[in-house]
Design a protein around this ligand. Structure first.
Ligand code: HEM
Length: 490
């Protein structure tokens, strides 16, 4: 027989065999039909977590989409979240890297983005031992109390002048102050100052570029042209923040031979100068940047959402205030010891309920499949981007009665914790890449929210109801800022 015909027959046989094997093997998860080239990009809309929650009602809790050339899997049930984040934790411990995150090589040095290898383990261990351990957190309690007093002084001044407080803004400044005194004993920001405004704009700039939809992320071959200029803007904002951190580190390198502060920064510099972990100046800069970015936006948005929900439901606000009055006492301030000894169960329930309805990371930080794996009878391809839609899980009416209603009481007799083991409530993620800042975030949230409620009564500016429109970004913010008037209590 003609060799060309033999070759053609062989090719046809191989193609048929390949299709036959594929059809018999596990299939890809179902999902909406993708358009040519763009796939399902247009279906994401302005609030992807909401659009994906709607789509998963039709296509199921394990759904797949094509976002340009990126194959994406969306997980929207606690059972599947457990399979992805706990049972197959190792396979899904990689991150999907956006073009914006590559500015100043942040993706290579960032603890939140680097592959879960030895360097990542080293960074996590340092933070666990020298920042988030119970002993370290206790040591920073006094400094945090001072920063909280600044918040109270500022709000008291507004109440005396009958001025509305922008709650997102004060929560941002306070979160940043609580973080910076914990990280490097520096008071970074003042309320209403130009420097604060500049810092806020720089951090917002970074979070905006990191959260912005970028066509180069959907079609990676476009990265080199940066068609929307997002990478360029990212370089600019990251550059400014890194320069601020460089200044702080250099100042400390000079001053610490005379006086040590024994905070996380001193510890990181000890490590850099010693040989135990082999840590570079650049790594220290990016680890600090991570903690800064990871901690400020998320904590701010949680405080603002909690106040929004409580202002919309005054009876819940009264319950929280009554608990504070009876546990803390009229003339005392909320202390971290009140938080660590769980003496404020209703306040704790308010925080859980806020994180259920308004998780700052509604899709977590996107994971990536390091290899092909079969889950629930479906094949998850290598390099697939994984979104865990914790926003959808938090509003699933088959899990939560009156799912969209703010009812902290649901957590009072419940054993559900935020520690990544109860998959119906995982705003801090789960598994090896779970948020390392949970213990600090818990203290900061109780302190800020507890103090704002304990020391002041609140009413909406203009007597309007607070709106609950969302704006998707690096953290899920309110679309419109919450402004309320504080009435001085004591
Ligand atoms: C309300 C407060 C916070 C929330 C809701 C939150 C949520 C999250 C989530 C969802 C992740 C991804 C987890 C995953 O992929 O499974 C994460 C990671 C991370 N968070 Fe938080 N976070 C908060 C506060 C903080 C604070 C205060 C810090 C530090 C000061 C922090 C530092 C980090 C870091 C460094 C990572 C990356 C961890 C890694 O990839 O290994 N976060 N956080």
């Amino acid at each position: 027989m003609d060799p060309i015909i033999v070759l053609l027959i062989s090719i046809i046989v191989v193609i048929f065999a390949w299709f036959y094997v594929r059809r018999r093997g596990p299939k890809l998860p179902p999902g909406p039909y993708p358009f040519p080239i763009i796939g399902n990009i247009l279906q994401l809309g302005r609030n992807p977590h909401q659009s994906l929650a709607d789509l998963s009602k039709t296509h199921g809790p394990l759904m797949s989409l094509k976002l340009g050339s990126i194959y994406t899997v969306v997980v929207s049930s606690p059972e599947l979240a457990k399979l992805f984040l706990q049972e197959h934790d190792q396979v899904f411990s990689g991150r999907t890297i956006s073009a914006a995150a590559e500015a100043h090589e942040h993706d290579k040095y960032s603890m939140a983005l680097m592959p879960a290898g030895e360097r990542w383990k080293k960074a996590r261990r340092l933070c666990r031992e020298h920042m988030f351990s119970a002993r370290q957190l206790e040591a920073g309690a006094g400094l945090r109390r001072e920063k909280l007093q600044k918040l109270l002084d500022y709000v008291r001044e507004c109440s005396v002048n009958g001025r509305a407080v922008n709650l997102g803004e004060v929560a941002f400044v306070t979160s940043l102050n609580l973080l910076t005194v914990t990280l490097f004993s520096v008071d970074f920001t003042e309320f209403d100052s130009d420097a604060t405004q500049q810092l806020k704009e720089t951090i917002e700039g970074v979070t905006k570029v990191l959260g912005a939809p970028n066509v180069a992320d959907f079609f990676p071959f476009l990265k080199r042209w940066d068609p929307q200029g997002i990478k360029r803007r990212s370089e600019l904002h990251f550059g400014k923040l890194l320069a601020i951190l460089r200044g702080i580190i250099n100042e400390r390198l000079e001053s610490r031979s005379v006086q040590r502060k024994n905070d996380l920064l001193d510890t990181l510099l000890d490590v850099m100068e010693g040989s135990e972990y082999d840590l570079s100046f650049k790594e220290i800069q990016h680890v600090l940047l991570d903690l800064f970015l990871g901690g400020s936006d998320s904590t701010q948005s949680t405080v603002e959402w909690a106040m929004t929900e409580l202002l919309a439901k005054p009876e819940k606000m009264s319950k929280a205030k009554n608990e504070l009055r009876s546990v803390v006492g009229e003339n005392n301030q909320v202390e971290e010891s009140d938080v660590s000894s769980s003496r404020l169960p209703y306040l704790g329930a308010v925080i859980k309920e806020t994180l259920r309805l308004h998780p700052p990371g509604p899709l977590l930080i996107p994971r990536r499949a390091d290899r092909e794996v079969e889950i629930g009878g479906y094949m998850i391809p290598q390099n697939a981007q994984i979104f865990v839609n914790v926003w959808a899980i938090g509003r699933d009416s088959s899990i939560w009665p009156n799912a969209t209603s703010f009812e902290p009481e649901r957590f009072l007799d419940s054993k559900i914790e935020l520690k990544g083991q109860d998959f119906e409530l995982i705003p801090f993620g789960s598994g090896r890449r779970m948020c390392p800042g949970l213990a600090l975030a818990d203290r900061m949230l109780h302190l800020m929210l507890g103090s704002l409620l304990h020391n002041f009564d609140w009413k909406m500016e203009g007597g309007v109801r607070p709106d609950t429109q969302e704006e998707f970004g690096l953290a899920l913010h309110k679309a419109l800022p919450l402004k309320a008037i504080p009435l001085y209590c004591f």
